[in-house]
Design a protein around this ligand. Structure first.
Ligand code: ADP
Ligand code: ZN
Ligand code: MG
Length: 478
C-alpha cells in the first residue's frame, strides 16, 4: 500500500576545495598536523588583519559551478555571518548570502532505472570553522588548523522525494566534483558532507510540510538511513495528530534515531552584512573562458564515451569510480599513438592494471605506467605476442621501468608466427582429426576454434590465433 504521505527532501552539501592554502590567507590546508600550527593573524581573526581571496579557490569554485550547470554571477559579495562559537575566532564566518557567485542549475540522477533532474538553487563560497577538541588533559581545546579552509556550499531545491533519491543526488554531486578535480570526495575525512532537510505532507497536498534539518551527514548510507528514520518519526507524529516542530536534529546511527540539537526558537539571528574588508568578487571573461575550455569530462560523459567504444557496462562502472582510472586508459591509448582500440585498453586496465592500483583523494597510483601498457597492447595488436603472454609480460613489468618489447625479447616470448613450424603442427592436427576436418569443410566454422585451441596447446600458448586461422584455411583450401 502506498504511504498516505509524500516525503520532500532538499540537501545542503559542503564540499572542500583542494587548494594548498586557505581561502583568505596563505596558511596551509594540510590536515592531520599538530594542532594550531597552520594559523596566522588572518585565520585567527586578530584585529587589523586583512583577508585576501585565494584566486585558485575561486577558479575551483567556478569550475564546480560549470560542472553542475549553474549560471555564474559575474559579481558576487562576501558577507559576514555572525554567531558565537569557540571554534570561530572572528565571531563571524565569511560566507555569501544575498549575492552568491552562481545560481540555478540542475543535476540528473537515476534511481532504479528512472532518471530525474534535481534543481540546484545556488552555490556559494565560504570558510570552514576550526575544531573543538574535548578531553585534552580533562579540558576542552580548540584546533584552528582547519579554520579558513575553502568550502563551497551547494544548496538543492526541495526536489527529492525519497531517501534513495537523496543518496543518488549526493553520490552524483560527489562524483562530478571528483571528476573535475575540485573535491577529493573523501566523506570519511569530512571533506564532503551534507545537511538533509526533510519534511512530509499528505499525498496530494500542495504546500510543503514543516521541515527538520539533519546536520552533518558524512556517508551515502547514513543519508539514506537518517532520512528513513526521520520520515518514520514525522509520520508517527502526524498519525497521532501531533505536529512536526521546525528544528535541527542529529542522527544517531547506533540507535537508529534522530535527536534534537536546537529548535527554531533558539535559531541564530546571523545579522548578515557585506564584509567591508573584502571587495566584490569579479569573475572575468577570460577566467570564465579558461575554465570552460579546460573543464574535464564529467563521469556521465566518460561513461557515454566508453559505451560508444563498446566497453561492457560492468567495466564502465569500474572505470568511472575514479577519474584517475580513465586518465590512465586515455594516456595508454595516446602513448601507443592512438592506434589501440579503446575497448581493448579499457578491458586490460580493468582486469589487470586495477588489481594493483590504489586511489587517495584526487590522486591515484599504479604498478605500471600508461606507456608500458600502451606498448604491451600494441605488441598484442601487431600479433607479436598473444593475449595470454601479455598477462605474463604485465607481471614482469609491474613496479619496474622496463618496457614490454625489451622484456619480450629478453625472455624470448615472441609468438610462433613462423609459418614453417606452425604448418608442421597443423598438418599433424589435420591428420589426427579427420572428422573435425570434414565438419569444418562442411561449413561448421565453429570448429575453427577447436583447431586454434589445439595449436595453442601444442605451442604452449605462443601461437598467434590469427596466423593459425589463416594458415589452416590455406591448408584446407577453405
Ligand atoms: P534556510 O535559509 O533556513 O537555510 P533555505 O530556504 O535556504 O532555508 O532551504 C535550505 C534547504 O532546505 C534547501 O536545500 C531547500 O531545498 C530545503 N527545504 C526548504 N523547505 C523544505 C521543506 N519543506 N522540506 C524539505 N526541504 C526543504
Ligand atoms: Zn592563516
Ligand atoms: Mg540555507
Amino acid at each position: 500500500m502506498a504511504s498516505a504521505y509524500e516525503t520532500v527532501i532538499g540537501l545542503e552539501i559542503h564540499a572542500q576545495l583542494p587548494t594548498k592554502s586557505k581561502l583568505f590567507c596563505g596558511c596551509s590546508t594540510h590536515f592531520g598536523q599538530e594542532s594550531n600550527t597552520h594559523i596566522c593573524p588572518v585565520c585567527l581573526g586578530l584585529p587589523g588583519a586583512l583577508p585576501v581571496l585565494n584566486a585558485q579557490a575561486l577558479r575551483f569554485a567556478v569550475r564546480a559551478a560549470l560542472a553542475l550547470g549553474l549560471e555564474i554571477n559575474r559579481k558576487s559579495i562576501f558577507d559576514r555571518k555572525n554567531y558565537f562559537y569557540p571554534d570561530l575566532p572572528k565571531g563571524y564566518q565569511i560566507s555569501q548570502m544575498d549575492l552568491p557567485y552562481c545560481e540555478r542549475g540542475e543535476v540528473e540522477i537515476e534511481v532504479k532505472g528512472k532518471k530525474k533532474k534535481v534543481g540546484v538553487t545556488r552555490i556559494h563560497m565560504e570558510e570552514d570553522a576550526g575544531k573543538n577538541v574535548h578531553g585534552v588533559g580533562g579540558d576542552s581545546a580548540v584546533d584552528l588548523n582547519r579554520a579558513g579552509t575553502p568550502l563551497i556550499e551547494i544548496v538543492s531545491e526541495p526536489d527529492m522525494r525519497s531517501s534513495a533519491e537523496a543518496a543518488a543526488y549526493m553520490r552524483q554531486v560527489r562524483d562530478i566534483l571528483l571528476f573535475v578535480g575540485v573535491n577529493d570526495g573523501n566523506l570519511e575525512e569530512g571533506s564532503f558532507r551534507c545537511d538533509a532537510n526533510v519534511s512530509i505532507r499528505p499525498r496530494g497536498q500542495k504546500e510543503f510540510g514543516t521541515r527538520v534539518e539533519l546536520k552533518n551527514i558524512n556517508s551515502f548510507r547514513f543519508v539514506q538511513k537518517a532520512i528513513d528514520v526521520e520520515v518514520a518519526r514525522q509520520k508517527r507524529l502526524l498519525d497521532a495528530a501531533d505536529t512536526v516542530r521546525q528544528e535541527t536534529r542529529g542522527y544517531d546511527s547506533e540507535n537508529q534515531r534522530t535527536y534534537p540539537l536546537r529548535s527554531k526558537e533558539d535559531a541564530h539571528d546571523y545579522r548578515y552584512f557585506p564584509d567591508p574588508d573584502l571587495p566584490p568578487v569579479l569573475i572575468s571573461d577570460e577566467m570564465l573562458r579558461k575554465e570552460e575550455e579546460s573543464l574535464p569530462e564529467l563521469p556521465d560523459q566518460v561513461a557515454a564515451r566508453l559505451a560508444e567504444g563498446k566497453v561492457a557496462a560492468e567495466a564502465i562502472s569500474t572505470l568511472t569510480q575514479h577519474p584517475g582510472y580513465i586518465r590512465f586508459v586515455d594516456a595508454a591509448v595516446a602513448a601507443a599513438g592512438g592506434e589501440l582500440p579503446l575497448k581493448k585498453v579499457a578491458n586490460f586496465v580493468v582486469t589487470e592494471v586495477l588489481r594493483g592500483a590504489s586511489t587517495h583523494g584526487l590522486g591515484s597510483t599504479f604498478t605500471v605506467s600508461p606507456p608500458q601498457v600502451g606498448e604491451l597492447l600494441s605488441l598484442v595488436e601487431a600479433g607479436k605476442i598473444s593475449g595470454k603472454q601479455a598477462k605474463e609480460v604485465f607481471a614482469l613489468l609491474e613496479n619496474t621501468e622496463k618496457m614490454p618489447a625489451a622484456v619480450v625479447a629478453e625472455k624470448g616470448l615472441e609468438v610462433v608466427s613462423d609459418t614453417g613450424e606452425l604448418e608442421t603442427i597443423l598438418q599433424g592436427l589435420i591428420e589426427k582429426n579427420p572428422s573435425q576436418v570434414e565438419g569444418l569443410k562442411g561449413g561448421k566454422t565453429k570448429l575453427m576454434g577447436f583447431f586454434v585451441g589445439q595449436a595453442m596447446k601444442a605451442t604452449k600458448g605462443s601461437a598467434d590465433p590469427r596466423v593459425v586461422t589463416d594458415l589452416l584455411k590455406k591448408l584446407l583450401e577453405l
